[in-house]
Write a protein that binds this ligand. Structure first.
Ligand code: AMP
Ligand code: ZN
Length: 674
């Protein structure tokens, strides 16, 4: 006798939710992957056959994992201590004298030198040789569990043999500088506030409740110590690190062992000069007594060990002169004052401009043209004016007058919280930014439509509104400086390609508030067509993963804005309209397959990812037990090691071709006509 479908749907949803919770939150999977997939498949089938049972709250309607309800507290086996700091030579001397006093000898001590990586302390706890949990330092005794967000990080072995139980390894989790910059660019595109520095970004990432978010950001770790050294077959710091490395822990290659403090000072000096070339932010050099026997004798205070000290790099603060304040108009009309400075090298790169955030920031600093100012890099990266040097103010300066009208279109500016905004929908400066955004890599990725050509089109009146892009012709293009038939035809072909862009890319290109690639995918998945999205009310929008109440209202308002409607009408009239997501899902050859890409591949990674997704695959940034296949190009990174450790198959691009074809898909995909 067949079961009541409603009851079975409820039951399956319960099973899948519990399995998600066990997997993502407790890190303790209760179902095998096959069992999990079977439950999901049955649930999907039932929902398809009984549309009345469908629900936006069903696990089939959500992307990725549900967030953990909260981060769990974990008590460290041994406390995580702080480090004493030295900011001067005298403080380093004092450190050495204290060591000599306690040891009762002035024989030279062997020191181990490491960079002080500016990230987040992590303690990884092993029980019976298995990774049990990982936690932040917290108050030193108890931290927050972040295991779910470290699963994707390379260099943290799952299993160990021949170690005491419990066994704890300490390290620093960080975001490489490049990854930090990438994330901030992405956040800017999504209309989110950028992280101030890599440390904050790393902290925000490891403490994310949703492991999917962490998995999309490339966290790294280096280990520098253990909870207790007793029972380990090593007698000093250098040996310990080598021993950890042999067991699969990632350790920093930049380290040194020297006898006496004088060579240590030399090293500190040269490391201070090369610090800007490091892939991570370092805020100093940690000087450690190498021998564990001596470390034991020296002991620790309740706060910090006596056998180590952190020599802090001085933050570079450089003087410059403010030559002017320019005003930028953003894509959404936001007005940003920008400081134009005499160029200076700060922390290794040239700084000639610094954002002044908003008019209030300029007023608070009382910044005047001609002022001598102190510049630094916030978080070592983002140029910022720290303060004015009032004694050096030239006579006769006047306070900056907050603009009242848009520098581009002269429309009157309106106040919007702390910001000023140009709300003229035809503002050329905004249009320029919108066109740039339209052509951007995350959006429609139009080759040949860079800043220069956009400026040209605006200047010659070829483009007065976004849809005009699609009225460009070869004749008009070749009439412009620097254009020939080849480049003109190439651009027109690129633009033609975007006439039927995937819905999610199109949504990113439109620049809806808070809609970056991830949210756009969720919207495309939920609504399938742009017309369906245009009709959705804000309640329906809110049911989409990643879309909160505020965002739903913002998106709804943006969709109703007359300017956006005019743009859409103009685009539709020119045959520019996104492809239905439903039609794209046509081929399901890789449905339910989770793929990770690594190394240098034959085509841009985004393209390969899009093609795999078009076949139904899920492409994620990191390898986990749920990954079905890792596709490795040349010079792959730690992902391949992780795959081997987890038993996940690794394929070359050729093998990927076979993999897709075996499943009835086309690969490489046939390039679209255009
Ligand atoms: P503090 O944050 O000033 O209390 O300094 C101690 C912290 O520095 C530790 O908790 C570590 O997370 C971090 N740290 C970074 N690199 C190292 C390293 N090479 N050795 C020891 N600690 C380090
Ligand atoms: Zn304007």
């Amino acid at each position: 006798m067949p079961e009541d479908p409603a009851a079975r749907v409820d039951e399956l949803r319960g099973i899948v939710r519990a399995a998600n919770h066990a997997y993502f939150v407790l890190d303790d999977p209760k179902l095998s992957d096959a069992e999990y997939d079977a439950a999901m498949r049955e649930l999907r089938d039932l929902e398809e056959r009984h549309p009345e049972l469908r629900s936006d709250a069903s696990p089939t309607a959500t992307v990725g994992a549900p967030p953990a309800p909260e981060l769990r507290a974990r008590t460290h086996d041994a406390p995580l201590l702080s480090l004493d700091n030295a900011f001067s030579d005298e403080e380093l001397d004092a450190f050495e004298r204290r060591i000599e006093r306690i040891l009762g000898s002035d024989a030279p001590v062997v020191y181990h030198l490491e960079h002080k990586v500016d990230g987040l302390s992590v303690n990884v706890h092993y029980r019976d040789g298995r990774l049990a949990w990982a936690a932040t330092r917290g108050d030193g005794t108890t931290g927050e569990e972040i295991t779910h967000n470290l699963r994707a990080v390379a260099g943290i072995p799952e299993r160990l043999s021949g170690v005491p139980s419990p066994f704890e390894v300490r390290g620093e989790v960080y975001l490489p500088k490049e990854e930090f910059l990438r994330i901030n660019r992405e956040r800017e595109e999504e209309g989110l506030a950028p992280f101030r520095n890599p440390r904050n970004a790393a902290a925000g990432t490891v403490r994310q409740l949703d492991p999917q978010v962490a998995a999309e950001r490339r966290l790294e770790v280096v280990f520098y110590g253990v909870g207790r050294v007793d029972d380990l077959p090593v007698s000093g710091q250098a040996e310990l690190l080598a021993w950890l490395a042999k067991r699969g822990f990632r350790i920093d290659g930049r380290r040194d062992r020297v006898t006496g403090l004088d060579p240590a000072r030399d090293r500190i000096r040269s490391w201070s000069e090369t610090r800007h070339e490091l892939p991570y932010e370092a805020d100093g050099v940690v000087v450690k007594v190498d021998a564990f026997a001596l470390q034991r004798e020296l002991g620790a205070t309740s706060r910090a060990p006596r056998w180590a000290i952190a020599w802090k790099f001085p933050a570079e603060e450089v003087e410059s002169v403010l030559r002017g304040i320019t005003v930028q108009v953003g894509r959404t009309g936001k007005i940003t004052p920008v400081a134009e400075l005499d160029p200076r090298i700060v922390d290794g790169t040239e700084v000639a401009r610094a954002t002044l955030h908003n008019p209030g920031f300029v007023r608070d600093l009382d910044l005047r043209i001609g002022d001598a100012v102190v510049v630094h890099k916030s978080g070592g990266i983002i140029p910022e004016i720290v303060r004015v040097i009032p004694e050096r103010r030239p006579v006769g300066t006047e306070a900056w007058t907050t603009p009242t009208h848009c520098p581009s279109c002269s429309a009157e500016l309106i106040e919007d919280g702390a910001n000023l905004r140009c709300v003229n929908p035809d503002c050329p400066a905004q249009l320029k930014e919108r066109l740039g955004h339209w052509a951007g890599r995350k959006a429609l990725d139009v080759d040949g439509l860079g800043e220069r050509s956009v400026a040209q089109f605006l200047e010659h009146g070829l483009v007065r509104a976004l849809p005009d892009l699609y009225d460009l012709t070869e004749e008009r293009l070749v009439a412009l400086d620097g254009w020939g038939p080849v480049s003109a035809r190439a651009l027109l072909a690129e633009l033609d390609r975007t006439r039927t862009a995937p819905l999610d890319r199109f949504l990113v290109a439109l620049g809806l508030p808070q809609v970056g690639p991830r949210t756009a995918q969720a919207l495309a998945h939920r609504f399938g067509t742009l017309d369906a999205l245009l009709e959705a009310d804000s309640e329906t929008l809110q049911a989409v993963p990643d879309v909160g109440e505020t965002t739903a209202v913002l998106i709804r308002d943006a969709l109703d804005a007359p300017a956006l409607r005019a743009t859409l009408d103009g685009l539709r009239a020119r045959g520019v309209w996104p492809e239905d997501a439903a039609r794209r899902r046509g081929s399901d050859a890789l449905h339910g397959i989770s793929v990770v890409l690594t190394g240098a591949l034959s085509r841009p990674r985004e393209r390969i990812q899009a093609d795999l997704e078009a076949l139904g695959a899920r492409v994620t940034g990191s390898v986990s037990g749920k990954t079905d296949l890792v596709v490795a190009g040349e010079a792959p990174g730690g992902k391949v090691d992780k795959a081997h450790a987890l038993g996940v198959p690794v394929a070359t691009e050729e093998e990927l071709t076979a993999f897709v074809r075996e499943r009835g898909g086309d690969w490489p995909p046939v390039a679209p006509e255009g």
